[in-house]
Design a binder for this molecule. Structure first.
Ligand code: C5P
Length: 403
């Protein structure tokens, strides 16, 4: 494997010599890129001797760029490891800055990047640093948790660079996972490429008056994860989302609605072209029969308020009743008797498949992980608890085996 090690300015830079040695010993090719800060702590010659390659440190050195330009270097690497990653580097990466060779490489590459932050404990816990880390993580950077212990400055706390062996093991583990993911992606792509998927997600809000509504705790994360994974493996995805606080995944067409009635209308407009319909939304079963035109006021002398509710259309059941219909998948979010209720719903709504989902305290709704049981007339498969992205991947694979 071709490993590009980025070394930034920090006292932990000396540990990256050992990291370089570990990769070379394991038979990998290594090129080292240093920032000017890193060179204040350690001589490039040391890395050159260990890696067997000249150290790259300048974006504007014509000799260096003639050997291998920064774009070629970005393409050359199979894996980029930045260790130590300073607070400044994290901030620059978050901004997408490209003012030296290392940051330019990062902007110019689509290869996996692992960061091993190392800094004083106060710098690590600083709100800006933590926000930078969270955003980089969301963008797909693999970020190792710094170790805790005595720091070069005399403080004791979190912020030490993980030991080289820990970083080395993490890279190996990550690569194994990458290969598995790529394999899974290829298998999914075989079925989903070119297929049209319609997904509903999130809650619906049913107006009581212009400022109040009846809603539920669905976050929309499951439906968004399904849309994201399906789009990644080549499906044409339309996502109809109730009120959620999530960003639209890349290459997904997202239509925002509020009420069950609006969701129903959007589904009716889009379902004809769908090969698969996944109804992950927590659609309100009832709406207020006559929402008030003005904000309701407390009635003097009355301790009660009565709202008359009327049934909403059952969207997924409507789709499943059509003569020409897609493969129809429902969700059954339940707090008890989950499988039993799910099986009943599969039949009563005439679905091709249902995903049973235990919800309640710390389960299902609003969480990042989930444990679905996938049920058809013939089969039942309980997925082990995992991230919603993993659940979505397994769910899409299960459908591809059925259709
Ligand atoms: O009957 P219940 O609401 O438990 O059924 C859940 C399934 O039905 C989910 O897939 C949900 O998206 C769908 N549903 C719907 N329209 C409704 C109620 C539920 O599509 N009005």
């Amino acid at each position: 494997m071709k490993i590009l090690i980025g070394v930034t300015g920090g006292i932990a830079a000396y540990k990256s010599l050992e990291l370089t040695r570990l990769f070379i010993k394991a038979g990998h090719e290594v090129q080292v890129v240093m920032t000017s800060g890193a060179k204040e702590f350690i001589q490039p010659l040391s890395f050159q001797a260990l890696s067997g390659n000249p150290v790259r440190d300048s974006l504007f050195d014509t000799n260096q760029e003639m050997g291998m330009g920064h774009i070629e270097l970005a393409r050359w690497a199979d894996q980029i490891v930045i260790a130590p990653a300073s607070a400044e580097t994290l901030a620059k990466l978050r901004m997408g800055r490209a003012d030296d060779l290392l940051t330019t490489l990062v902007v110019a590459t689509d290869k996996p990047i692992m960061l091993a932050p190392a800094m004083n404990k106060v710098m690590w816990s600083n709100a800006a640093t933590q926000e930078n880390v969270a955003i980089l993580q969301q963008r797909g950077f693999e970020i190792l948790q710094p170790a805790s212990g005595e720091q070069a400055c005399g403080d004791v706390g979190e912020g030490r660079m993980p030991e080289p062996q820990v970083i080395f093991d993490a890279v190996n583990q990550f690569q194994v996972q990458q290969v598995k993911n790529q394999q899974a992606c290829l298998e999914l792509r075989r079925f989903w490429k070119g297929k049209t998927l319609l997904v509903t997600a999130g809650p619906t809000y049913e107006a009581i008056d212009p400022v109040r509504f009846i809603g539920n705790r669905s976050s929309g994360k499951m439906g968004f994860a399904i849309a994201e994974v399906a789009a990644k493996v080549g499906a044409k995805v339309t996502l109809i989302a109730g009120p959620v606080n999530l960003s639209t995944p890349v290459k997904v067409e997202c239509l925002n609605v509020r009420s069950a009635q609006q969701m129903f209308e959007a589904v009716q407009q889009h379902v004809a072209s769908a090969d698969v319909f996944i109804s992950a939304a927590a659609v309100a079963d009832f709406r207020v029969a006559e929402p008030a035109a003005q904000k309701l006021k407390k009635q003097a002398g009355s301790d009660e308020m009565v709202l008359t509710l009327t049934k909403n259309p059952d969207i997924v059941a409507w789709v499943a009743q059509q003569d020409t219909k897609p493969f129809v998948v429902g969700f059954a979010a339940e707090t008890e008797n989950v499988l039993e209720y799910a099986r009943t719903k599969l039949r009563s709504k005439n679905l091709d498949m249902i995903c049973a989902n235990q919800v309640g305290e710390n389960l299902g709704f609003e969480q990042d992980s989930n444990a679905l049981t996938l049920i058809t007339e013939q089969q039942e498969k309980a997925l082990p608890s995992s991230t919603k992205t993993q659940q979505a991947t397994d769910l899409l694979r299960f459908i591809s085996d059925l259709v």
